[in-house]
Ligand binder design. Structure first.
Ligand code: NAP
Length: 306
């Protein structure tokens, strides 16, 4: 039985990925800063900020999935928070690499999360592909450095995959959950001018992409993990309203109000471009939820039933 080590495995993607991996016959262990337990897997502890890691976790792993990172949408981007966002991804990756150097031999694959923020907080009609350059803004620079850490493993000869993820749809956590709240109160509306694109992916599809990254040894390098259907914020909001049976009564939330509320972080909701899913599809991945409406219906029905 192969062992998959997941960092940040107690988060939204990690918890669901663990279920998928154990269901597919893998042993799963996690490296956790909080020490939270997840059913069905062994928890090792680490503290990347202090350079502490239980090296046994890395020594025993056939595959590593590096999901850890301070949540980019949870708190205002103060200087300290920005530092935490970067270090929790980059320093943690470097710490994994140091442990790997001491215990090489077993590891077959290193897979890292990255984000469509790689291409920057830009609104345009351009469709970004994996060959597009990273943006020079905060998220672009964060993703570039995050991916560079993964390249340490590549240079050491380990197969390395980088998953540039769009907004992951779930009804309990993340961006959709935040959007559903005003919708339930009948005060939902589009944000800014509503023309910004929102690259998105169903939670089940992102976990299936990670599984493919482990099992398909032809995957190497960066892959965008976004559904093929491109939607603007206005289209996204009206589809959510349709699926939840709400009417959009209110005008769009003006950009200045969001900037006043969220500061620089508002860029992640006010800007966005189209991102291509062609490369992962050409690699043989088939999206279970390529279109937004059925994806939302599935997520919201699941919530109603559970
Ligand atoms: N969800 C999305 O829409 C989305 C979109 C694009 C990219 N991504 C990226 O994919 C990865 C996983 O996403 P997710 O939604 O599952 O994230 P999440 O729910 O925020 O969970 C991330 C996990 O990282 C660990 N963590 C938090 N702060 C940390 C810190 N300061 N240092 C080290 N570890 C820390 C925590 O695990 P422990 O408490 O166990 O340590 C946490 O459960 C993240 O890196 C995220 O940026 C997610």
């Amino acid at each position: 039985m192969e062992t998959v080590l997941i960092t940040g495995g107690t988060g939204l993607i990690g918890r669901n990925l663990i279920k998928m991996l154990t269901g597919n016959g893998y042993a799963v262990s996690i490296l956790s800063t909080s020490g939270k337990k997840v059913a069905g897997c062994r928890t090792y502890s680490w503290n990347p900020a202090s350079g502490i890691i239980d090296e046994k976790a890395v020594a025993d792993a056939d595959h590593i999935i590096h999901l850890a990172g301070a949540n980019i949408g949870a708190k205002k981007w103060t200087t300290a928070r920005k530092k935490e966002i970067v270090n929790s991804r980059v320093k943690s990756g470097e710490l994994l690499f140091e442990a790997f150097q001491k215990h090489p031999g077993k590891l077959k694959t290193f897979i890292t999360a990255s984000a469509t923020g790689y291409y920057g907080a830009i609104t345009s009609e351009k469709i970004f592909t994996e060959d597009s350059s990273p943006a020079g803004d905060f998220l672009g620079e964060t993703c570039r450095r995050w991916e560079e850490t993964a390249d340490l493993f590549k240079k050491a000869g380990t197969r390395t995959v980088k998953i540039r993820t769009g907004m992951v749809l779930d009804s309990n956590e993340g961006a959709l959950a935040r959007l559903l709240m005003p919708m339930k109160l009948h005060i939902g509306s589009a944000l800014g001018n509503g023309a910004q694109y929102m690259p998105w992916i169903h939670l089940d599809d992102i976990c299936r992409i990670y599984l493919k990254a482990i099992e398909d040894s032809t995957l190497e390098g960066a892959y965008n993990a976004v559904a093929p259907q491109h939607v603007t914020n206005e289209e996204f909001t009206s589809t959510v309203a349709q699926v939840t049976g709400r009417t959009l009564w209110f005008p769009k939330v003006p950009a200045f109000a969001l900037k006043a509320m969220f500061g620089e972080m508002a860029a992640i909701i006010l800007e966005g471009s189209r991102v291509s899913s062609e490369k992962i599809i050409k690699a043989g991945f088939s999206f279970r939820f390529p279109e937004l409406k059925p994806a939302l219906e599935n997520i919201l029905r699941y919530k109603a039933e559970n």
